[in-house]
Design a protein around this ligand. Structure first.
Ligand code: ATP
Ligand code: MG
Length: 823
């Protein structure tokens, strides 16, 4: 409904005799004044009936404001006493029971008596139009005043259009009554005020009311404008987000209202009192709350303090879970969740037993070390379950800023507590098991040394009062059980390493992986993919092929991924309804699910080559085979080394080169070969940094091969450090290296004599297919790996294992005599 701005000029009106009885239409959200026009949508049943009952030629009705009651079903007492006689100037049917009508107000009438209530009102009416009053000076002044105030209002409030002023000016001559009614229909006053204007019959009284109220609105409009200006000047472009809050603040200041902030501060006060912390810290917090109550909620200080307090209330200062240290149950849980890992589980159970007897955690911290996907994290979670503790992972890999552990000072923008407090908040208890993941990848830079912060955290003598810089209140970490994980030991800062008891998880054999896949990974994946336990069955061949041809790893991470890929594809078939009930995955189906094998047994295609040796390396991903390549060209005795080597490895190259040169005559290499050629040694996977001395023998063999033109057996892999005198020294990671050799289908593994004892760690099933040779000197290595010169030459560098073995057995001496001349 809208009040029209363009009524018929009053002069065109025809004075109506007020009929003594008329149908009455109730108006719920507007007031119609004499001279005003109102557009109404009529859809309520009573009103539609009313309209239908009025013939087109008799178009007069009465409009009365409905002050109360039900819109659809008003009672007579819900209507105002004074209303307007109105003409229906137009009626447009919108549908069979909906009309749009235009009413034009004619004159004030009073409802004397309600003659009919249903189906619509019919009332007996009385004319209450005012008598014309003379235009005295007083009246004129009043009219002018109202006019000029209204002009100002139109100017300052964009809701009014300028057009209204023209209409008013045109009608000023009609006298105060018409003028006041027009003005009344223009102003945006509340409904009750408008009704009051209608009920005020005397034009001068009406004008006085109008002057008052316009003045009031004008004040409000000016205030709004000023508010706008004030805000505009105080906000920076970037602070536009704060616009609304700022507006609120100005309004609150204006109203002297800060009760919301006060209430908030009161809640905080109560919460501080119940915190289980020392009185001195409570005192600090009380001061903070007091400051909060004095600040405006929109200020940045307010949100900083509030954020700080909120964080403190979230910390589990004293919440605990009950420990349930039942060793038998613990063993059960560990066995249920993890296949194999016997020694590891044993060690863990011992640890738990000590924990149970001692009743405190003041012992060394366990650190699981091993390649990815061997179950370090999941073992930690299982231990937590066995103890009935909550588990939370805290990743410290790549952390180089001490503040990430110890928190940022409150004064920093965006300050936060450190990872420890965050973890505590996350689990919500103060005796969880926190797994410090990737402790070997923790860094250090100009922003301090995070490992020194960890040192304090892990120290049972200090950690009962760990102070986070943001929180500033000591937090007791002594009930927290810490377990660390790492891929490598070497990079863990040594003070940290000394605090920890290392438990190694070295990787799984094929059979172990097979069992893990069948017993753990597949059932879990089936469940995660919403498949039934028997819906997908893998044959052992399929699993072995997945393990061998589609993954090459120590753990089972990629295996899990590949199996998940198969599950997803099956799940899709099942979901689309296109598949059968059960799926058997055999080795021959794998290609359809996983594509071509990513790890071909490249070994099959390899053959002995000059200048390529197979080294065994131990990286954070477990054991790996690593090819070392060398090539020789005319030159002046220079060596180039590439492949991102560390200093230790470079020195190995220099030592190996010197040793090979010193043994030139034994190797039947003319000395000029060294002076007249350059060699380039490259360690492939050039993007991965490598270091350590354990490639010594492989490098020496590579140099001997390229200098002496003798191919290296491709099925031999080796590891060992060498000295300048050609001794082979023992190295680490034997188990992992041997397992990697087996994965790569190597036949012979060359190990330092000193590592013979380490072979006991290697699972039997891995050892079974391998031939082990232990070397005390580099010559032993050469004897086994370099194809003898005579064979190399006789066969035009083609090498045949059977022939070689046969020759080695009996013909050695004979051939030795026929040895071609030394170059
Ligand atoms: N012995 C095992 N028995 C059953 N499941 C295992 C075993 N070892 C690993 N898994 C499963 O393999 C997956 C990977 O293990 P997890 O995430 O614990 O490896 P991780 O050693 O922590 O690796 P990362 O060094 O990459 O963090 C998990 O789903 C885990 O349950
Ligand atoms: Mg992990």
């Amino acid at each position: 409904m809208a009040q029209s701005k363009n009524p018929k000029p009053a002069s065109e009106w025809i004075e109506d005799e007020v009929p003594s009885k008329l149908p009455i239409i109730p108006l719920v959200s507007s007031v119609l004044f004499p001279g005003g026009v109102l557009s109404l949508q009529v859809g309520i049943d009573r009103n539609v009936r009313l309209l239908k009952s009025i013939p087109d030629e008799q178009n007069l009705i009465a409009a009365f404001c409905q002050k109360s009651g039900d819109k659809e079903n008003p009672r007579p007492e819900d209507l105002s006493q004074i209303g307007v006689l109105a003409a229906i100037v137009q009626r447009l049917p919108l549908s069979s029971d909906r009309y749009q009508i235009f009413l034009q107000g004619r004159q004030r009438v009073e409802l004397v008596h309600m003659l009919q209530q249903d189906p619509y009102f019919i009332g007996q009416l009385r004319d209450v139009a005012p008598k014309p009053i003379p235009k005295t000076v007083k009246v004129e002044t009043l009219m002018n005043k109202a006019m000029s105030l209204f002009e100002k209002l139109v100017e300052s409030d964009s809701k009014y259009s300028n057009e209204l002023l023209n209409i008013l000016r045109m009608n000023m001559a009609e006298g105060p009554d018409t003028f006041a009614d027009l003005l009344s229909s223009f102003v945006n006053f509340p409904l009750e005020e408008k009704q009051l204007l209608l009920e005020t019959v005397h034009p001068i009284e009406r004008l006085e009311m109008l002057v008052d109220w316009i003045q009031r609105d004008l004040g409000k409009a000016t205030f709004d404008k000023e508010l706008q200006k004030q805000i505009q000047s105080s906000i920076d472009r970037r602070e536009r987000d704060n616009y609304l809050r700022e507006q609120l603040r100005v309004i609150q200041d204006e109203l002297g209202d800060s009760s919301a902030a006060d209430r908030e501060a009161d809640t905080y006060r109560d919460r501080v009192e119940v915190l289980p912390i020392a009185e001195e810290h409570k005192q600090t917090l009380r001061r903070e709350v007091n400051r909060l109550s004095q600040l405006s909620p929109s200020s940045s200080d307010y949100s900083v303090i509030k954020g700080h307090l909120d964080t403190i209330f979230q910390i589990p200062w004293a919440e605990k879970t009950e420990d349930q240290l039942d060793l038998q149950k613990a063993e059960q849980i560990l066995d249920q969740r993890h296949h194999g890992l016997e020694k590891v589980k044993e060690r863990v159970l011992e640890f738990l037993a000590v924990l149970k007897l001692k009743g405190d955690l003041k012992g060394p911290i366990l650190c699981f070390v091993g390649p990815p996907g061997v179950g370090k994290t999941s073992l930690g979670a299982a231990i937590a379950d066995a103890l009935g503790r909550k588990f939370v992972r805290m990743a410290v890999g790549g952390v180089t800023d001490e503040s990430e552990i110890r928190g940022h000072r409150k004064t920093y923008i965006g300050a936060m507590p450190g990872k420890l407090i965050q973890s505590a908040i996350q689990v919500g208890v103060n005796n969880p098991l926190i797994m410090i993941d990737e402790i070997d990848k923790i860094g250090k830079d100009f922003r301090g040394d995070p490992s020194s912060a960890l040192l304090e955290v892990l120290d049972p003598k200090q950690n009962h009062a760990f102070v986070d810089r943001y929180i500033e209140i000591p937090y007791d970490l002594s009930h927290t059980l810490f377990i660390a994980t790492a891929n490598m030991l070497d990079t863990i800062p040594s003070p940290l390493r000394d605090r920890m008891e290392v438990i190694r998880l070295s990787g799984y054999t094929e059979n172990e992986k097979l069992a893990i896949a069948t017993k753990h990974l597949i059932p879990e994946l089936l469940e995660n993919h919403g498949l039934d336990p028997n819906q997908v069955a893998f044959t052992d061949e399929a699993l072995l092929s997945t393990i061998r041809d589609h993954t090459a790893e120590s753990g089972v991470r990629n295996l899990e991924r590949k199996l998940a890929t198969v599950m997803r594809k099956v799940a899709r078939k099942v979901a689309s309804g296109a598949g059968q009930e059960q799926y058997a995955v055999d080795a021959k189906d794998l290609e359809a699910y996983l594509g071509l094998p990513s790890y071909e047994h490249e070994f099959a295609e390899r053959h002995p080559e000059i200048g390529v040796t197979t080294g065994l390396a131990w990286t954070q991903y477990g054991g790996e085979i690593m090819f070392i390549e060398a090539t020789r060209m005319a030159g002046s005795g220079r060596t180039t080394v590439t492949g991102q080597l560390g200093d230790v490895m470079r020195e190995s190259v220099t030592a190996a080169y010197s040793y090979v040169r010193s043994k030139a005559s034994d190797l039947e290499i003319a000395d000029k070969v060294f002076t007249e050629s350059d060699i380039h040694i490259h360690f492939p996977a050039g993007a991965i940094p490598k270091d350590g001395p354990s490639a010594g023998v492989a490098i020496a063999t590579c140099i001997a091969s390229v200098m002496g033109d003798r191919p290296v057996r491709h099925d031999v892999a080796m590891t060992g450090e060498i000295t300048l005198r050609g001794k082979v020294l023992s190295v680490g990671g034997i188990k992992e290296k041997v397992m990697a050799a087996q994965r790569a289908n190597i036949k012979t593994v060359l190990l330092p004599e000193g590592n013979r004892k380490d072979l006991t760690e290697v699972p039997e099933e891995v050892k079974k297919g391998l031939n082990f040779v232990f070397a005390a000197r580099v010559e032993d290595v050469w004897k086994e790996s370099l194809i003898p010169l005579y064979v190399a030459r006789a066969n035009d560098r083609k090498y045949d294992e059977a022939e070689y073995r046969a020759e080695q057995k009996g013909k050695q001496k004979k051939i030795d005599r026929e040895r071609p001349e030394v170059r």
